[in-house]
Design a protein around this ligand. Structure first.
Ligand code: BGC
Length: 773
């Protein structure tokens, strides 16, 4: 744990330059806008520890797979979101001396991430080796309002000298990825243009041939007045820059404003990229920093109005939850159905920036409740568009007849993961994709989604499961062998309860979906069946046999679902006994981990969380108490599911302890890995922990309900949700639960199991039945 950041309701603040933690800060203070994003690298040169990272959503490189021993079925490549051309750079020299913070004495350093308005700021005084002192204040943002534009305002004030400042704003495409299998450079320079105060660089990714134009225009101001200057123009193969000499004197503030445009061939015809980039950059420069920032801030105001969570009486918790919401909103805006949410978002290279089951299992509920319906729908459409690839993926592994296996990791629908125990075995991910369709429809009521898109995906997934189970003559039941459950600390197990559960559920749901589409749009069902060669009678007969005759491991003595065959034969220890051995992934050999009973993340409990309505409270409690004690939560996705279940069981202290672990995971560098980037997808889990956990929100077949409870550490908490056209503000304090219907549409719901009707604009107040004070 590292706690060097100041607590504040709306900002993340680093006071004093913590050079030893610079890479952690670079992750934490990252900014983005759904289309692009970057780590909080410095504009000026920095020779200290740094991980340079600017990323553009969907622009990736297929890095050829590198494994010790090739196994048939491995994907050819691992897709990597690329470190993209650097547009933030401004080299600064003072009378020829390079300004490099790592070589300066630094005073009054403050780095701030203003989450309310969405910008990054730094201010400090730096004494250079020559003794010259400058005061610097730099602010930048990636515009949410205009997502191909970024802007920087960088101010330098000489404090004890008169001299020449040479300012060189540049665009650099000669960059590398830290994560590269063969140490290749992934970008090729195609063209450059430098003209007076503008510079443009056209680059292309190797193999994938994404073309990106990164351009900039700048202007310099002295004491608020624009300085006319002639720039020296620099153009190299993958680098363009302008350089100007400005005379500076004590106390005179010199400001350089840099306006950048990042346009890609995903969104513009290739031949027009540079021209369009130029138009956009010039328009941004004309508009000016203040106006661009105002539009960006207004955008953030509307995001916060929809998705903020207020926690009163606990600044650490308040800062933690806003930090999570901020990053989620700047990682995915739902504007483009080709994009998705990488586990690290725009904050690092780890996990390749690709899509995992995290999106469906963890992120979807956040976007469902806090954004317009189309945002969550676009996440589903993304997978719909990858269906053919999922079918091809299954074919590569020997499945047939339209069976679809969605990849564990993907950028364009193709599998990228290449560890056999995950690629071939962690197939439960297929279930999460079906579950997301169910979750979306249950939440929004948009049943028609099944007709146009949903059913086709469900058929592919159901066909896969039907082929993946096999019939055990011995047991007289269907079984599933050789899988890895969500708990990746066990591989190649037989009958993982979670996988069997979600697989059978997928078959049931596919049957229901067929009936629904038959009822609503029989001719579309017929057309689909013909197109995908769906032989309904024979195929569904087999599905029904599996549904009625699958083996689910269960321990009679303990009355719990068994994680997999043989789990109870393992040496039984508790996570509380681990002490210094924790985290085991760092301290134990892999062999020891695999043989131990320790669980990386919710597995049986993930299934109980998804299908909670099927289980009575006593069953949930028995399973929770057994498995949570053996869970080491070494995936950031783990604590949130446990918070939701602990809150359901009114185990408030447990829920609160686990909540703290998720909410400030990155801010406090809990897992010692924040420097690699932030845990973006688990941030949605933190939201879930508050809303589904403490807020007790559920949407079931019976509609919307709340069963809130509040940790004693909080005076009150409040969140907002959209639900089928209404907008509800829910506030819970130690005495009361109030729900304000901010829309003009009435809503029916339940609070503590009591039916409530809330007219448009009305508010209800109910006594808090679970007060702890
Ligand atoms: C977890 C997976 C998750 C992946 C990406 C792994 O550590 O075990 O469940 O999909 O990280 O977040």
């Amino acid at each position: 744990m590292k706690q060097y950041l100041k607590q504040d309701d709306w900002c993340i603040i680093e006071e004093g330059f913590h050079q030893q933690h610079n890479q952690i800060s670079e992750s934490i203070f990252s900014i983005g806008n759904g289309r692009m994003g970057q780590r909080a690298n410095f504009e000026e040169q920095y020779s200290g520890e740094t991980l340079q990272g600017s990323y553009i959503a969907g622009v990736y490189y297929p890095d050829k797979t590198r494994v010790g021993w090739w196994k048939n079925g491995y994907p050819e490549y691992f897709a990597k979101v690329l470190n993209a051309p650097n547009w933030i750079g401004i080299d600064i020299t003072i009378d020829g001396e390079v300004f490099d913070l790592a070589k300066c004495e630094v005073d009054d350093f403050v780095r701030t991430l203003n989450m309310k308005e969405g910008y990054l700021e730094r201010s400090f005084e730096a004494k250079l080796v020559s003794g010259k002192i400058i005061k610097v204040k730099a602010r930048r943002f990636c515009s949410m309002d205009n997502d191909e534009i970024g802007a920087i305002r960088y101010s330098i004030t000489p404090l004890n000298f008169k001299g020449t400042l040479t300012l060189t704003p540049y665009v650099d495409g000669d960059i590398v990825n830290q994560d590269s299998n063969y140490d290749e450079k992934f970008w090729v320079g195609l063209d450059g243009l430098v003209d007076n105060d503008e510079a443009y660089l056209l680059t292309e990714t190797r193999k994938t041939a994404f073309k990106v134009c990164t351009g900039m225009q700048f202007r310099v101001l002295r004491n608020g007045e624009v300085v006319e200057s002639t720039a020296q123009q620099i153009k190299q193969e993958k680098y363009v820059a302008c350089s100007v000499d400005i005379e500076g004197a004590d106390g005179e503030e010199i400001i350089i404003e840099k306006y950048a445009g990042i346009l890609t061939s995903q969104n513009h015809p290739e031949g027009t990229l540079m021209e369009r980039c130029r138009e956009k950059v010039q328009a941004a420069c004309q508009q000016g920093f203040a106006a661009l920032l105002a539009a960006h801030t207004a955008f953030w105001a509307s995001k916060w109005a929809e998705s903020d969570i207020v926690i009163e009486g606990d600044v650490a918790a308040q800062q933690g939850i806003r930090f999570n919401i901020f990053h989620l909103n700047q990682t995915y805006t739902g504007e483009d159905e080709r994009l998705n949410i990488g586990p690290k978002g725009f904050t690092g290279e780890k996990y390749g920036g690709s899509t995992y089951w995290d999106t469906e299992a963890y992120c979807l509920p956040f976007f469902l409740a806090t954004a317009e319906e189309r945002v969550a729908r676009n996440l589903l459409i993304y997978r719909y568009k990858h269906l053919q690839k999922a079918i091809e993926n299954a074919e590569k592994l020997g499945f047939k007849d339209g069976a679809a296996l969605y990849p564990m990791v993907t950028m364009n629908g193709e599998e990228c993961h290449n560890e056999w125990e995950i690629t071939f075995e962690e197939i439960h991910r297929n279930g999460a994709i079906a579950y997301a369709i169910y979750d979306y429809i249950r939440y929004t009521g948009d049943q028609d989604y099944l007709i146009k898109y949903g059913l086709e995906v469900l058929l592919g997934i159901a066909r896969f499961w039907a082929q993946r189970f096999h019939f055990s003559e011995r047991r007289g039941l269907y079984v599933m062998h050789g899988v890895t459950g969500p708990n990746e600390y066990e591989n190649n197990v037989n009958n993982n309860w979670y996988t069997n559960t979600i697989a059978v559920w997928c078959l049931q749901y596919a049957l229901e979906a067929i009936e629904h589409v038959r009822g609503k749009a029989p001719e579309q069902l017929e057309a689909l069946a013909e197109r995908v060669k769906f032989y309904e009678l024979t195929e569904t007969k087999e599905w029904k046999k599996i549904i009625d005759n699958t083996y689910f491991p269960y321990d009679e003595e303990l009355g719990i679902f068994l994680q997999q065959d043989g789990y109870m034969d393992k040496e039984q220890r508790l996570a509380s006994e681990l002490g210094d051995e924790y985290p085991i992934w760092q301290n134990w050999s892999w062999d020891r981990i695999l043989r131990s009973c320790f669980i990386k993340q919710a597995d049986v409990l993930q299934g109980i969380y998804f299908f909670e309505e099927r289980h009575d409270e006593a069953t949930i409690r028995r399973n929770f108490e057994f498995y949570e004690k053996r869970t080491v939560h070494e995936s950031s996705l783990s604590p949130c599911v446990h918070v939701v279940l602990a809150a359901r069981l009114k185990m408030l202290e447990k829920a609160y302890t686990l909540y703290l672990r998720t909410a400030r995971l990155d801010l406090d560098d809990y897992n010692n890995d924040t420097e690699d980037g932030l845990h973006i997808t688990s941030m949605a889990g933190t939201w879930m922990a508050v809303v589904k956990g403490f807020g007790g929100m559920r949407v079931t077949e019976d509609g919307l309900q709340f069963d809130p409870l509040i940790p004693k550490e909080w005076a009150a908490f409040a969140f907002k949700i959209r639900y089928r056209g209404s907008i509800l503000q829910i506030r819970i304090n130690q005495q009361q639960v109030s729900i304000h219907n901010e829309s003009d549409q009435a809503v029916e719901l339940k609070v503590y199991d009591q039916a409530q009707h809330i007219a448009g604009g009305a508010q209800i107040i109910v006594e808090n039945q679970r007060s702890t004070v």
